[in-house]
Write a protein that binds this ligand. Structure first.
Ligand code: IDP
Ligand code: MG
Length: 147
């Protein structure tokens, strides 16, 4: 798997700017915050997930009560999928995103500032290095990680 990210010099994580945020033209604002936090966007694409693709991406949550609402929402508009690189990218991006529930998110976090609700919480970030590689390979080929 490390071969997969051979062009990345540091740790990588998978980010998604979710439909509520792309809908409100927040991609640029969120990217500025990502870059200011010291994370480098080494790959990026805008795409509209189908319902089955959203279900595959969130398969780990398939037994949760919110799975249907989540996958409906994630296939309701475009997302921007990104690979972010930094010394400690997974933790750094989780910190920048803030808590899953925006009501619990700290000041200065993306979810505090942009999220509409628990479901429509503007951004996704991988929760471990292992999951990051799985999630990156869902969206990107090796050739698309350009440093
Ligand atoms: P995370 O995005 O902070 O890692 P997860 O627990 O992995 O949070 O949940 C994935 C996504 O599912 C959340 O970002 C949010 O959009 C949605 N979600 C999580 N918990 C709930 C809930 O209790 N009700 C509705 N949606 C939820
Ligand atoms: Mg998660």
């Amino acid at each position: 798997m490390s071969e997969y990210v051979h062009r990345a010099k540091k740790i990588v994580t998978l980010s998604m700017i979710k439909p509520d945020a792309t809908q409100r033209n927040l991609t640029g604002d969120i990217n500025a915050r990502i870059e200011k936090a010291g994370l480098r966007i080494i790959a990026q694409k805008r795409l509209w997930l189908t319902k089955p693709q959203a279900e595959e991406f969130y398969a780990v949550h398939s037994e949760r009560p919110f799975f249907e609402e989540l996958t409906q929402y994630m296939s309701s508009g475009p997302v921007v999928a990104q690979v972010l690189e930094a010394e400690d990218a997974v933790n750094a991006y989780r910190k920048l995103m803030g808590a899953t529930n925006p009501k619990e998110a700290e000041e200065g976090t993306l979810r505090k500032d942009f999220a509409l609700s628990l479901t429509q919480n503007s951004v996704h970030g991988s929760d471990s290095r292992e999951n990051a590689l799985v999630e990156i390979s869902f969206f990107f080929s090796r050739m698309e990680l350009v440093g």
